[in-house]
Ligand binder design. Structure first.
Ligand SMILES: C[S@@+](CC[C@H](N)C(=O)[O-])C[C@H]1O[C@@H](n2cnc3c(N)ncnc32)[C@H](O)[C@@H]1O
Length: 188
């Protein structure tokens, strides 16, 4: 997963075969996925939302929302959230009342350019050009690795910034078992 994470972020390493394998993997993990969630893993999401100078009154998109543990933390603080995941079973095991759930591949998002004020990604692959495309100028990205550098889908803050097109400014912090990175797209 480490290798795939870097290939997707830096080399466009994604195709239909990889998407199918990833979807199969997470569909198979979906029934028990929610049991992995705990306070220590959710702490960096809550802390990032509290201290990351993020647009809590804006339109949010969560990519790779899984069974909704991050969506729940986000929805406690934000009114407008759309949750997306590649794996239908992950979405099926997420609470229906948290946010509209959209099954899609984050490499080709079904949203217009500049549609969102902010994107949340918790332990999710980074598709730099699509993330940049859907975030409006001046908008934000909250990147969380809930087990820090031990997270299987992990990129350190400097690599997230390096992978994204354009200019981003941000701050980072640690909480619970992980870290967060809040980036703000510099108006160009
Ligand atoms: C490690 S899990 C994290 C799930 C959730 N964010 C959490 O922390 O519990 C990664 C998630 O990303 C989803 N995912 C992987 N590749 C994706 C893609 N190309 N587009 C959308 N979701 C994807 C998987 O289906 C899975 O639900």
């Amino acid at each position: 997963m480490r290798k795939i994470t870097r290939q997707v972020a830096f080399e466009g390493g994604w195709d239909t075969d990889r998407a199918e394998k990833m979807s199969d993997l997470f569909n198979s993990l979906a029934p028990e996925w929610a049991e992995r969630s705990n306070e220590a893993r959710e702490a960096p999401i809550a802390d990032g939302l509290a201290r990351g100078e993020l647009p809590l009154d804006g339109r949010w998109l969560e990519l790779g929302s899984g069974t909704g543990s991050g969506t729940r933390v986000l929805r406690e603080r934000v009114d407008s959230v759309v949750a997306c995941d590649l794996a239908a079973e992950m979405l099926a095991n997420a609470p229906a009342d948290l946010a509209p759930r959209v099954q899609c591949d984050a490499s080709t998002l079904p949203f217009s350019t500049n549609r969102f004020d902010a994107v949340l990604m918790v332990n999710m692959l980074l598709f730099p050009s699509e993330v940049d495309r859907v975030i409006a100028p001046g908008g934000s990205l909250l990147w969380v690795n809930s087990l820090g550098s031990q997270t299987p889908i992990h990129l350190p803050p400097a690599d997230v910034v390096a992978a994204l097109p354009g200019q981003w400014m941000g701050l980072t912090g640690k909480a619970g078992s992980g870290f967060w990175l809040a980036l703000h797209k510099v108006l160009g």
